[in-house]
Design a protein around this ligand. Structure first.
Ligand SMILES: [Zn+2]
Length: 61
C-alpha cells in the first residue's frame, strides 16, 4: 500500500492518495471533487482511493 498527498494545482484542495497494489481497480479518472480538475487517469491495474483532506480556503460555504 502506497500513500501520498496530492494538491490540486487549480484550486488548492488537498487529497490523500492511497494505492492498493493488491487489488485491481477500474479504469477511469479522478477529478478534484471541488473544481472538477482531472488529477489522475487510472489504467485499472491497481485500485486507487482518494480522500479529501484539505478544503481550499477560498471556498466559502
Ligand atoms: Zn481542484
Amino acid at each position: 500500500m502506497e500513500k501520498g498527498d496530492i494538491t490540486c494545482p487549480k484550486c488548492g484542495a488537498g487529497f490523500r492518495r492511497i494505492t492498493l497494489s493488491s487489488l485491481t481497480g477500474e479504469a477511469g479518472e479522478f477529478r478534484c471533487t471541488v473544481c472538477d480538475h482531472v488529477l489522475e487517469i487510472f489504467d485499472g491495474s491497481r485500485a486507487v482511493i482518494y480522500r479529501l483532506t484539505v478544503a481550499p480556503s477560498r471556498i466559502v460555504a
